[in-house]
Ligand binder design. Structure first.
Ligand code: BG6
Length: 466
């Protein structure tokens, strides 16, 4: 590499994402020996830090959030690879100086990570393009990709022009989660599930991504985004499309993307008539007092949706999706609720647990032991993350995705046409929703009551592991 070094340059280096996820992931990669040799980490932020001050911050966050144990010696090596560069990345005139800085550092190949709000993507791309750093570099973009369909299209065109389509990596960190990757294996390699994976055998599928935290320090971003753009349009629609897709002709990234896209294209459109029965948006009490949130904000911190995939496999079977903040617990799971032979028999339920515990839980029926004839549900519970070896060997989503980008493996990232299709759905939802006020819910509860009613009207309820 002519004496020049590879680097990852992170815009938004003093933000939550960098501290909580990116730095710990880069440290884990170094500790597990999977970081590229001599890779520099260039941090770009607007606050004033010296390298030494920033490295001390990084130490705190690595100690707190890294999956692997803190090791002084490894951290010192890691810290030496970090350089902090202060700039206002919204100002195009600041980019020539960045060019000089990167040159002085001897940086040649670069992965740029835009860990900033999407409204800054186009400016940063433009700035890098003007100084000749976009050409030949890779760019990783945080979600949401754009703020709506039109915006996403314009942004995509701008980024493709600057970096080239093949160099754009649109991150959806849920695609890097261990159990998300596992869903296809569980489904396709077990005939008891594979052969019953349709509306004939399944009553409903529920996807839940519940969070205990509120918006924390991210009010400025979140108030423009809300749960629909922050979680549903990307993470939850990705999971939905993986769960509902047809078996691909081959398990290649292209064939899988094709099948996922078909699912998204088959989503039953929302209309004036069905929106009230299919959508519940909520806001936790106290949200409007959070920092950088408008005092009259109507942004949803909770969303529950009933969606239908209009194809032969899934016709008229509801998929329920919910996500929200301040729900009293952090839990991401998918419940596949099978049809029960009679109303007094509990349904067979397959529960795939993504976090905080990773595992698979199956509820099924047996005869009550002893001189009884009645039927009772029992469970089998496989806890994957209970084994220390599994825990230590399982990289976190961001570690996986950073590695995938460094190796040019694009299958781990969202494809443009999937993003475009899910934006169409969310844009329509927002248009139909209009100016309505989201339902209020108390913090640390299960969310608005209306979200329970969404299922009850169909004779279902949110499944909870007993
Ligand atoms: C992010 C959202 O994409 O995902 C956050 O912007 C959310 O609002 C986070 O908290 C949840 O991720 P995880 O991995 O903790 O489920």
């Amino acid at each position: 590499m002519n004496g020049k070094r590879p680097a990852i340059t992170i815009f938004g280096g003093t933000g939550d994402l960098t501290f909580r996820k990116l730095l710990p992931a880069l440290y884990n990669r170094m500790l597990s020996g999977s970081a590229p040799d001599g890779q520099d980490i260039i941090i770009i932020g607007r606050r004033a830090y010296t390298d030494a001050e920033y490295r001390e911050k990084a130490r705190e966050w690595v100690k707190k959030f890294a999956r692997l144990p803190y090791r002084e010696k490894t951290f010192e090596t890691f810290a030496q690879s970090i350089r902090y560069y202060r700039m206002d990345f919204t100002n195009l005139e600041a980019y020539p100086a960045l060019d000089t800085f990167l040159d002085e550092q001897g940086i040649e190949t670069c992965v740029f990570y835009f860990a900033v709000a999407p409204r800054f993507f186009a400016t940063i791309a433009e700035g890098l393009f003007q100084i000749g750093h976009a050409q030949g570099s890779q760019v990783i973009l945080e979600k949401p990709f754009g703020e709506n369909l039109d915006d996403a299209r314009a942004l995509n065109a701008r980024l493709e022009a600057a970096f080239g389509a093949e160099n754009i990596y649109r991150i959806d960190h849920y695609l890097g989660k261990e159990m998300v990757r596992n869903v296809q294996t569980i489904r396709f390699t077990n005939p008891i599930f594979a052969d019953a994976w349709d509306a004939k055998h399944i009553a409903c599928i529920q996807i839940s991504a519940l969070e205990d935290v509120g918006v924390e320090t991210r009010g400025g971003y979140y108030d423009h985004s809300g749960a629909l753009r922050d979680m549903v349009q990307n993470h939850l629609f990705q999971i939905l499309s993986i769960l509902a897709m047809e078996r691909p002709a081959a398990f290649t990234p292209e064939a899988m993307h094709e099948e996922q896209l078909r699912v998204l294209r088959a989503l039953r459109p929302l209309t004036e008539e069905n929106i009230a029965d299919q959508v519940v948006l909520g806001q936790y009490d106290g949200y409007r007092e959070e920092t950088n949130v408008a005092p009259d904000s109507k942004t949803e911190t909770y969303a529950a949706l009933k969606v239908f995939v209009d194809n032969d496999r899934w016709r008229d079977m509801p998929f329920y999706i919910r996500t929200g903040k301040k729900l009293g617990r952090r839990e991401m799971e998918v419940a596949v609720v099978f049809k029960s032979p009679s109303p007094d028999i509990a349904p067979t339920v397959l529960l795939v647990k993504f976090q905080p515990t990773e595992g698979v839980y199956l509820q099924f029926n047996i005869k009550r032991p002893g001189d009884f004839e009645d039927i009772m549900p029992v469970k089998m519970d496989f806890c994957q993350s209970c084994s220390i070896a599994n825990r230590i060997n399982t990289p976190e989503a961001y570690e996986r995705l950073l590695s995938a980008c460094f190796h040019g493996e694009r299958s781990w990232f969202s494809q443009w046409d999937q993003i475009e299709t899910s934006w169409k759905y969310v844009d329509r939802l927002e248009e139909l929703w209009g100016d309505r006020t989201p339902a209020a819910y108390a913090p640390d509860t299960a969310g608005p009551r209306e979200a329970d009613a969404l299922l009850e009207q169909d004779g279902h309820h949110w499944f909870r592991e007993p």
